[in-house]
Design a protein around this ligand. Structure first.
Ligand SMILES: [Fe+2]
Ligand SMILES: [Fe+2]
Length: 402
């Protein structure tokens, strides 16, 4: 009869085994966390809280080794404020310096123990398990320390488990630095590409960087997420990249373009898309060519190259369309003086619903008012025109209408 009574699964598993199962499960979830994570800070915080639990410790700390300054600093510290420890000092400093693992049943009996933190925080350290995290070359990059085993002292199994964890943590740290390296490589390449355009087109130098700044300001004003801002950042940097395919004589022609020249100039957005489509962007950046290539579209569908309407345009293209025209009209060009920024704003507002998206335009206006953008632009243009007067005898003509 008793055999018919349902027992909870695992009820017969001895505690050592269920402990092991629990730990295996933790290792498995950790590896999932690590591969899914992009933000190392959050990840390490989660990892360390799991370490504490799985080790049945009271608290644990993850130190990162700063080889240059010869200190270790508490990247994740439970129960205390972040702090640094000189290399070689205390248990964690000793482990960082020697690369040895220390399993100490009673900290106060160990002469390497530094009771300073206890004194400062009123905590009482008893048992410590402290282990290095090494990179592929065997250099200590971090130190994990578990403090005060809840039921006695840290065992050999605890050591084994922490060793497995430290391998995971090493992966997490290395992944994140790799990711950071890749990210800065990508960023610097995008910036280098953008600067080739400004270099080829000296009369509109600085345009790319200003369009980026205005686009980001408008989008932030509209409440776009960090991720969208990152996408927009690159799209704006590359928006005129296709000018690389436009003939020099047209690109640098002072004065107005003929119809034929103008249609060649318009091709730059097609080139932008063609070129950017050849870059193998990470999935979240896949829309960059589309966003960048449609900054000359208008919400009434009369823009180029595809005649998209506002609804068909990517929302971030609508942002860039505003930023692009605003900069073109407010900056110094060879064939004309810049217009007054306040007037430009009023002019552009008249084109809401035809050329520009209303929300984007109003966001620009709010940003403009709040940051005194008009004054900043006037001052920048004054300096630029002064520079030109110094270098170019024909420049005085420019200032007459300014
Ligand atoms: Fe353009
Ligand atoms: Fe542009």
């Amino acid at each position: 009869m008793s055999e018919l009574v349902a027992k909870p699964i695992g009820a017969n598993i001895p505690p050592e085994i269920s402990d092991r199962l629990e730990r295996l499960e933790l290792l498995y979830t950790l590896s999932l966390d690590i591969f899914g994570a992009r933000n190392i800070d959050e990840l390490l915080t989660v990892v360390m809280s799991r370490v504490t639990k799985a080790m049945k410790a009271d608290r644990s700390t993850l130190f990162i080794v700063d080889q240059e300054r010869r200190v270790i600093w508490s990247k994740v510290a439970q129960g205390t404020e972040p702090f640094t420890v000189p290399m070689g000092r205390g248990i964690s400093g000793y482990v960082a310096q020697t690369g040895e693992t220390l399993n100490i049943p009673d900290a106060y009996q160990d002469e390497r123990f530094n009771p300073e933190v206890d004194r400062r925080t009123g905590y009482k350290t008893n048992s410590i398990l402290c282990m290095p995290v090494k990179d592929r070359e065997g250099v200590v990059i971090a130190v994990i320390q578990a403090i005060n085993k809840l039921d006695g002292i840290f065992s050999e199994q605890d050591e084994d488990f922490l060793r497995a964890l430290s391998a995971q943590i090493q992966l997490a740290i290395e992944n994140s630095t790799l990711y950071q390296d890749l990210k800065s490589l990508f960023e610097s390449m995008m910036e280098a590409m953008a600067s080739t355009i400004d270099a080829r087109h000296p009369t509109t130098a600085g345009h790319t960087m200003r369009v980026r700044a205005y686009s980001l300001a408008i989008a932030a004003e509209m409440g776009y997420s960090e991720e969208d801002l990152e996408i927009l950042n690159y799209a704006a940097l590359l928006h005129d990249y296709g000018k690389i395919g436009v003939r020099e004589s047209i690109l640098t022609k002072p004065g107005r373009l003929t119809d034929e020249e103008y249609s060649e100039m318009k091709q730059h957005v097609v080139y932008t898309m063609d070129i950017l489509n050849k870059i193998r962007f990470a999935p979240r950046f896949r829309e960059i060519p589309d966003i960048a290539g449609h900054h000359h579209e208008r919400v009434d569908g009369r823009g180029y190259p595809d005649g998209l309407t506002g609804d068909q345009m990517h929302p971030l293209s609508r942002v860039m369309a505003v930023a692009d025209v605003f900069d073109a009209l407010t900056s110094v060009r060879d064939y004309r003086s810049p217009l007054d920024p306040n007037e430009v704003l009023e002019m552009m507002k008249k084109d809401i619903g035809t050329h520009f998206d209303e929300d984007c335009m109003l966001a620009l206006e709010r940003y403009f008012m709040r940051t005194n953008l008009g004054d900043q632009i006037r001052e920048r243009n004054r300096i630029e025109i002064e520079e030109r007067l110094k270098n170019d005898p024909n420049a005085p003509k420019l200032i007459e209408t300014f």
